[in-house]
Design a protein around this ligand. Sequence first.
Ligand code: KG4
Ligand code: ZN
Length: 347
Amino acid sequence: MIVLGIETSCDETASAVVRDEREVLSSCIHSQVQRHAPFGGVVPEIAGRMHVEKITETVDAALTEAGVGPDRIDLIAVVNRPGLIGALFIGVTAAKALAFSWRTPLIGIDHIQAHLAGAALENPPIAFPAVGFVISGGHTILVKMESLLHAVPLGGTMDDAAGEAFDKVAQLLSLPYPGGPSISKEAEKGDPAAIRFPRPLLAPQSLDFSFSGLKTAVRYHVQGQQGNAPAGAGNVADVAASFQAAMVDTLVEKCRRALRVTGCSSLVVGGGVAVNRLLRSALTALSEKEQVQLTIARPDFCTDNAAMAASLGAQLFQRQKQRSPAEETLLTLEAHSSSSLFTGGRF
Ligand code: KG4
Ligand code: ZN
């Protein structure tokens, strides 16, 4: 089965062609980072307008690079939730128009669930049941997965997402947007033990996250409050390295707890923050220590892309073809009652 994926939930206009769920024939991404950088974050109106400008050429590029024409596309999978409404609207409208003119089936995709499917791309098959962990600019979510299509939430962030915390701390340190890559680059020159920032673990068994205290601790340090010297040019690298270390320790400890609580021996990780090299090596060390199988998305499939949507689309489409009319009604009701993992309890 060959699927065309489309993703426009935030500031990447992305299109991809995926064969048989895991083989990526093309993955084309037009990033808007340069347009949003002067504002230190994504400006929704600019994002929507840029998607309009780039969506057609991105789809064309994905088809050309994959060497397939519209007649070879069996399904179009488009991210339709959650995300910036004006940005999602462009991808969904384009996908509907293509599906109508090519007479191709169309399926809507949950962006968070797609990040987990992204972990399976060009990787060995995932072992289930598994703990799933999406760490991105918009979400920090732990789930227990029976499969890529069935998951139960375990915990999530009570305030900022992990990537958002990276972005905001980068702003405090006057490092360029997006903050994750610039903090990790700066951290390479610094000492992760220079400042002992808090590891916000919450209650002993908690699988939730809260990064606002950590962010505030960095702000106090930078502003020279609480008796610290203000961060000058010399110690920006130390602050970056110390913040990154606190963040990674926290994320890894929550993974360890989730594995213990669920008894799963498989861990699946996706989302933009999973590009972080320190985090990747800490998760590898955790999986070796706990003897669990780690499936972590390849860096190019961690940040927003359409291949993850195409892969998930193929799986959802196969399931839809198999289920009974009664199941269909139930799942349709569930889909209408929820646009998010947390309120729905399953994808
Ligand atoms: O998954 P993604 O592309 O978009 C959302 O769904 O939000 O994630 C983007 C986030 C940004 O906050 C960015 O700063 C973060 O991923 N990120 C990183 C790194 N690369 C990207 N965070 C930490 N270290 C990185 N190397
Ligand atoms: Zn994302």
